[in-house]
Design a protein around this ligand. Structure first.
Ligand code: PRP
Length: 203
């Protein structure tokens, strides 16, 4: 029988994504503790990846659907069908500086260079934007940049590194994204899943 292929982000969002999909009626089991990246999880194939790659896998139809943060979709400039706000992984994309910093910002490091440039343009500000791949707060701690634009969820990372959130740029949460061709070709699987996820997140 044809199954769905679902692209899910590795890390803390993976378990929450699986829980939402299970609550929507999919029987999904991942092998414990393995290093595998593609799993026959029961009612669907699960492929695990970095969150920033989810839009690409869904857009190109390798995955029928996926779970990804709104901030990642905006950074990707994605026009993917995004039928459900799953309501978890609630976070914000913020401008962050070292506590007490007062100098004008001349260089900003971020995993989100496009959203950072858009933010600067909106504010009428000019600064160099440097793209990094992870642990972005390190740029402030080392002097690589005088500010970063990054995700804040609990605030634990900025507190632990003596940084402060200067401005919230946008609010985000996890979204279900769906490949448009798959929505037609696998409608009997995808439409009930979308409906169940909507119902589950509305309660
Ligand atoms: C994200 C983000 C912050 C941290 C914020 O990093 O880049 O570093 O989470 O969360 P908090 O406010 O709850 O501390 P992630 O763990 O995704 O890893 P990365 O920096 O390597 O991308």
């Amino acid at each position: 029988m044809t199954k769905l292929t679902l692209a899910l982000p590795k890390g803390r969002v993976l378990e929450r994504s699986l829980a939402a999909l299970r609550a929507a009626g999919l029987g999904l089991t991942l092998p414990p503790g393995g290093r595998g990246l593609k799993h026959d999880a029961g009612d669907a194939w699960i492929i695990e990846m970095r969150n920033s790659d989810v839009p690409t896998y869904v857009e190109l139809g390798v995955a029928d659907a996926g779970v990804v943060g709104k901030e990642v979709l905006l950074e990707a400039g994605s026009a993917l069908f995004e039928p459900v706000d799953l309501g978890f992984a609630v976070c914000r994309l913020s401008l962050i500086r070292p506590l007490g910093a007062t100098r004008p910002i001349t260089r900003i490091a971020s995993k989100y260079p496009r959203l950072t440039q858009q933010y600067l343009a909106r504010k009428g500000l000019t600064a160099e934007v440097v793209k990094l791949s992870g642990n972005v707060e390190l740029a402030c701690l080392t002097g690589l940049a005088d500010a970063v634009v990054d995700v804040v969820e609990t605030g634990g990372t900025i507190r632990a590194n003596h940084l402060t959130e200067v401005e919230v740029i946008l609010s985000s949460s996890a979204r279900l994204v769906v490949n448009r061709a798959a929505l037609k070709l696998k409608a009997t699987l995808l439409k009930p899943l979308i409906a169940a996820l909507r119902q589950h997140t509305a309660t």
